[in-house]
Structure formats: C-alpha cells, structure tokens
Design a protein around this ligand. Structure first.
Ligand code: NDP
Length: 333
C-alpha cells in the first residue's frame, strides 16, 4: 500500500493464492484501473448471488485476477472519451461480465466501457437503482417473458421460487403490483411476513417443491418465475397449466433439470430462459422503464438494506449460507 494521495480511493480486491480466493479492501489509484472510455465516481453497487459466489470463491465466477467484483454499479461520470456521456452524467451498469471478467462496482472510482452503460432511468435515483440491480432487472425480464407468453393476471396464480432472495422478492412485488395472484416458495419461515408484505397471496415451503415429481402433476400455475432450477424447476414444469409459461433464471438449488418432455408436448408449456448479463440495451431500457413504473418504491424500502465496502465479505458469506433476505446495496460514497 502506498502513501495516501489525492487520487487514491478504496476498492474490494480479490486475489487468488494457492487456489483460494482472498478478499481485502485496498487503497488503489487511478493508474491501477483497467482501460475504458469512461471514468466514473461510483455512487452505489449491490450484492447479488453471483457477487457472493465471486467474493467467497464459490464456483468459477472470476475469470481474471486480481479482480474488483461487483456486477452492478451506479455512478457519476468524471471523464469521458465517448460522445454519449459527459462529466456529471448519472449512469447505470449491470452485467456485461463486469465483476467477472472486467473490474466492477466495489470501487469508489472505476473505469468502464461506455457501451455497457445506460443513463440512469427517469424516476429512479442511484441508490434505488442498486436496490433493484441485476436481481430486479432479472425479475422484470422474467415478468416480461410471462407477458410475452400471454400470461395475463386473469389466467391464474404465478409461482415464484427462491422468493425470499433478491430476484424472488422483486418478482413478487412486481407481479402483485400488476394484479397477479402470487404464490411464493420459500425455505425459511422467517421470510413469511416479509413476503406477505410484498404482496404474496400464498406461501408454500420449499420442501413441498423438492418432492420428486411425476412427469405431469395436477395443474396449479398459470406461470412461474424460477430462481432455483433442479428438482424445483422440474416440479414447477410438471404443475404448470396447459398453455402456461415458466421463466427460468436461476440455479439456487442446482444447475440440473431432471424433467421430461411431457409438460411441453402434452400441455403446451413454454420454458423461457432469462439472461440479464448479455441482454441487449434496447430490452434493458424497456425493462428499467417498466421497473420505474411497476415496482412500488415502498416495496423497495422493505426489500433493501445498505452496507459498506468493508461489510461485503460477511454479506457474501451469509448469502451463500442462505441467510440474506431481499437486496443489499453497497454505499461507495
Ligand atoms: P439470493 O441469494 O438473493 O436468493 C436466492 C434464494 O433462493 C434464497 O434467498 C433462498 O430463498 C433460495 N434458495 C437458497 N438456497 C436454495 C436451495 N438450495 N434450493 C432452493 N432454493 C434456495 O440470490 P438472487 O436472488 O440474487 O439470485 C437468485 C438466482 O438467480 C441465483 O441462482 C442467481 O445466480 C440467479 N440469477 C440469474 C440471473 C440471470 O441473468 N439469469 C441474474 C441474477 C440472478 P428462500 O429462503 O426464500 O427459499
């Protein structure tokens, strides 16, 4: 660590030693930052499941070392070589392998590529945008996927798995605001009051969804937002109504899918994958506009809590242990 000077700032840096991931808050200077055409003062970031995997060294999220993780950020432009942005502009970045392959949001100052940025959407401030973050964008993309499959509120209940987590909580709040009846699946009884306050009409325990399913079960859901994968997604598919749709975005239970073709060929069920990382900018901007409109700010107050750079490691460990509820915002100011 060098002597403090005016261009120094703090960042959480991951390094790999003997196959283990070590994380520490370090003092960096502008010269340490990667190449890019926009220099930002980072206002807020957030802790997603993928960030927790990166920080705790679970799975193979980080692809270059050392890494400044943080797949989401909001910031204020300091310098820009891109015509599209000028100093003082408020911007938002989620995905594009930032925090995995490129340095991300857990730094008070960061240099990024302008093609990854979108202007901060109208009606959403920097902190709220990070309470939403990749998790909220993904939840909205899942809801849009159900709409694309003509699943309207009158068709019947929507089941949301991993409902106590970031994606699940926001999906519950959006679906409720749009008038859907929502059944939340949660592995923790401690989330029940919280999920009801977000608008869940029913809550079912995770164990019920983990029971091995037959190729087709009784029809229960017009649609689903699945953050779990594996046996839970298999059961969701087996229980989805004729002409129903399932938006699958996560693997909290596992990456496998032990299912059969029966829901697809006998019930016309649509399984729509949802990816937020490489989602084209036009669809992102539509999704963010919808988030400004269809996600009640009161729900976000309920959903989010704020931590410092120094607290991220603990949050990541808690998230991997399934102890985190809702969203965690990181304050870089
Ligand atoms: P969180 O950790 O906030 O939420 C995950 C939730 O899943 C937990 O809160 C818990 O909810 C539930 N859960 C935990 N362990 C298990 C388990 N073993 N079996 C079933 N459910 C479990 O993560 P996020 O909401 O940020 O992400 C959710 C998933 O979506 C992750 O797999 C993540 O990688 C993926 N994701 C995908 C994106 C994409 O672009 N496709 C973008 C963002 C996330 P409860 O206690 O209520 O059951």
């Amino acid at each position: 660590m060098t002597q403090a000077n005016s261009d120094q700032f703090k960042a959480l840096v991951l390094r790999q030693e003997d196959g283990k991931t070590l994380s520490a808050v370090e003092q960096l200077s502008i010269a340490d930052l990667p190449e890019g055409d926009v220099l930002l003062s980072v206002d807020y970031s957030s802790v997603n499941y993928k960030d927790s995997m990166a920080v705790t060294g679970t799975g193979k999220i980080v692809r270059t070392w050392p890494m400044v993780p943080g797949i989401d950020l909001t910031g204020t432009v300091i310098e820009s070589q891109a015509d599209s942005y000028k100093p003082g502009d408020k911007v938002l970045l989620t995905g594009w392998s930032v925090g995995e392959q490129y340095w991300g949001g857990y730094s008070q100052i960061q240099r990024v590529q302008s093609k990854w940025l979108i202007p901060l959407p109208n009606g959403i401030d920097s902190k709220i945008a990070m309470a939403i973050g990749t998790a909220g964008l993904t939840a909205m993309l899942c809801v849009m996927a159900l709409e694309d499959a003509f699943i309207t509120p009158g068709k019947g209940p929507i089941v949301v798995t991993g409902a106590g987590g970031g994606v699940g909580s926001i999906a519950v709040a959006i679906l409720n605001k749009l008038g859907y009846s929502v059944t939340a699946v949660s592995g923790r009884s401690s989330t029940h009051d919280y999920l009801k306050s977000l608008g869940a009409n029913d809550i079912i325990p995770r164990e019920d969804m983990l029971k091995p399913s037959r190729p087709l079960e009784a029809q229960r859901w017009a649609g689903a937002v699945d953050t779990a994968g594996d046996a839970i997604l298999a059961r969701v598919l087996a229980e989805t109504d004729y002409n129903g749709a399932v938006a699958a975005c996560g693997l909290a239970a596992g990456y496998k899918l032990p299912t059969t073709v029966m829901p697809f060929i006998l019930r016309n069920v649509r399984l729509q994958g949802v990816d937020s990382v490489m989602c084209p900018n036009e669809r992102r901007q539509v999704a963010w506009k919808r988030l400004a409109q269809d996600l009640p700010e009161t729900a976000l107050t309920e959903i989010n809590r704020v931590v410092s750079l120094e607290e991220i490691k603990q949050v990541a460990e808690d998230m991997m242990a399934g102890k985190i509820q809702g969203r965690t915002v990181v304050d870089l100011n």
